[in-house]
Each structure stands twice: as structure tokens, then as C-alpha cells.
Write a protein of this length. Structure first.
Length: 100
């Protein structure tokens, strides 16, 4: 049985954001599912969803999860993928003024 590739998604909140992380993840997921093809290492800064515009600085489609068969997974993705073909793991962050 072939397992779906897991892609990490980092959601960087604006300092003024008060929405719950769960709701933010839900809005981000809907935004990503509507994109069509995605390339790894994509940074989204413009959103069709006002909730994301008001609460998010950037959504980063980061990396494949795990080290096992990483080159094989990258070859399978051919440097782009459709959201329906992978599993996203969402992480929500808020950076402080120093950027950490």
C-alpha cells in the first residue's frame, strides 16, 4: 500500500491575529485546496480569503515530512503536486518583533 506524501505547511500569523489556530488552519486548508498545482517551497502572501488576509503574514508550503525515501518522494512529485495527492501537516506560528 502506497502512503501519501506528507507536506509541512507553516502558517505565520500577524501579531494582531486573534483567530484560533484551528480556525486558521481550516481557512488555510481551503485556500491551498483551491490552488491547483503547487511547487514545494511556495510562499503564499496574497489570499482570496479575507480571514487569511487579516490574520496571516505568509503561508509556506515547506518540505516533505521525514527522511525515508526523500529522493524517491521528490521524484514522484516531479517538483509540483496537486493538493489532493498529498497530506498536509499544518503548523501555526506567531513571530515576535525580533523575527523569532
Amino acid at each position: 500500500m502506497k502512503m501519501n506524501t506528507v507536506i509541512n505547511v507553516e502558517i505565520v500569523r500577524l501579531p494582531t491575529s486573534v483567530i484560533s489556530s484551528r480556525d486558521l488552519k481550516s481557512h488555510a486548508e481551503q485556500e491551498i485546496l483551491g490552488l491547483g498545482k503547487i511547487e514545494p517551497a511556495t510562499n503564499l502572501t496574497k489570499f482570496s480569503d479575507k480571514v487569511l488576509t487579516d490574520n496571516v503574514e505568509v503561508i509556506q508550503i515547506c518540505e516533505l515530512d521525514g527522511e525515508n525515501n526523500l529522493h524517491e518522494k521528490l521524484a514522484d512529485l516531479k517538483n509540483e503536486f496537486y493538493p489532493k495527492d498529498v497530506v498536509f501537516r499544518y503548523h501555526v506560528y506567531r513571530l515576535n518583533r525580533e523575527g523569532a
